[in-house]
Design a protein around this ligand. Structure first.
Ligand code: NAD
Length: 352
């Protein structure tokens, strides 16, 4: 009953940005990425159980606003997320997000959470998970082109999950690289600041591209990619927004999250519709090959899929029991008599 004291059933745990930061700091960013990675992996393993649909995208000249829903039959989750490459220059985040997890049984939300930080954690976790299956064995060095908001999360994920020891950073804005280098100081990573993308990818086992630009850009050209490299391409995630030269795609074995979404949004949007690709969940399940030779170029064409957000929300929901980093929101109208919604409104007036 919401009038004066809402019933506990109608209260929805809300994880604010402040509380998400408390949660991350109490667990440790790298450890939390590792744990989210395990949730994402577990959910990829039961992929057929999920309702799947490409995200619903509203495009504008400046960017995109998207809704990303999915359900495993027991829980339903969605994320609201934007992608506005010009935001950073205007003092806003390129990507912001929030999300909800709800019980399918009665449709009541069980978690409402900030997801800007959580998206960075889950994107890094997914990238590292893909690399665990696809990167060359014993990979120790990663080049990172684009050192914005996602960069440090990616670096920590590859250190913790894949065993990367050195990151070579490059951004067209040296201030971004300085920022990332400063933030990674106590990580134990060997951080090398580079003056060009070519320098950043020299001698590395893994290349991560995480730039933001609403165009078919070439942050990586074919001559920069040697045999045996794993490419983790996260910045090409929207129609008309890609990062890699097409020739790289033609040389690589390409792995994707959900083909109907990636064909429209990923690097592969520049290829023929029937160009062969492999679904990551099948590699994780042992139903498809990942890396099969030392000389092979593997490419994870990441765009971000709803099940990854679902896994991250599921993880945060489980953490509520441990840390208590949330407040309860009076989000659901809950009259004593479910049919007497109007009566509840009237009684609230006289109760004042
Ligand atoms: P951001 O704006 O904070 O950082 C982007 C950085 O790229 C900036 O520092 C910019 O200077 C740099 N940059 C732009 N063009 C470059 C170039 N040609 N060479 C080198 N550096 C360049 O953005 P962010 O939040 O870090 O996100 C990065 C990208 O990742 C975005 O495109 C975003 O849409 C995408 N993203 C993808 C996923 C996913 O699941 N695949 C999730 C989150 C974000």
């Amino acid at each position: 009953m919401n009038t004066l004291s809402p019933s506990p059933l109608a209260m929805v745990p809300f994880v604010s940005v402040d509380n998400m930061m408390r949660l991350v700091n109490s667990i440790g960013a790298a450890q939390m990425i590792l744990e989210i990675c395990e949730y994402i992996e577990a959910d990829f393993k039961r992929w057929p159980e999920f309702d799947k649909t490409p995200r619903v995208a509203a495009h504008s000249e400046e960017g995109v606003i998207e809704l990303m829903p999915t359900s495993d039959g027991e829980y339903y989750g969605f994320k609201y997320v934007n992608g506005h490459p010009a935001n950073m220059a205007r003092g806003f985040q390129t990507v912001t997000a929030f999300g909800v997890l709800a019980k399918v049984l009665n449709g009541y939300p069980v978690l409402f959470s900030e997801m800007t930080i959580l998206t960075a954690l889950r994107t890094a976790a997914t990238s590292a998970l893909a690399a665990k299956y696809l990167a060359p064995k014993g990979a120790k060095a990663m080049g990172m082109i684009g050192n914005g908001a996602q960069c440090e999360f990616q670096a920590l994920a590859f250190q913790k999950v894949v065993g990367v020891e050195t990151v070579r950073l490059y951004d067209i804005d040296p201030l971004a690289t300085e920022k990332a280098s400063r933030n990674l100081k106590s990580s134990g990573l060997n951080v090398i600041i580079c003056r060009s993308a070519e320098e950043a990818v020299t001698g590395v086992d893994i290349i991560t591209t995480c730039t933001a630009d609403k165009q078919n850009a070439t942050v990586l050209s074919d001559n920069m990619v040697g045999s045996g490299v794993h490419i983790n391409a996260i910045g090409g995630d929207c129609p008309g927004k890609t990062e890699l030269h097409r020739d790289i795609l033609l040389r690589a074995n390409i792995f994707v999250e959900y083909p109907p979404q990636t064909r429209v949004e990923g690097e592969i949007q520049v290829l023929d519709e029937d160009h062969p690709i492999t679904e990551l969940w099948q590699v994780i399940n042992g139903q498809a090959d990942g890396r099969t030779s030392e000389r092979q170029i593997t490419l994870f064409d990441s765009v971000g899929f709803a099940t990854e957000d679902f896994s991250a929300l599921r993880y945060v929901h489980h953490q509520l029991k441990n840390g208590g980093h949330y407040i309860n929101l009076d989000l659901l109208a809950d009259p004593d008599d479910p049919r007497d919604l109007f009566g509840m409104v009237i009684r609230a007036k006289s109760a004042k």
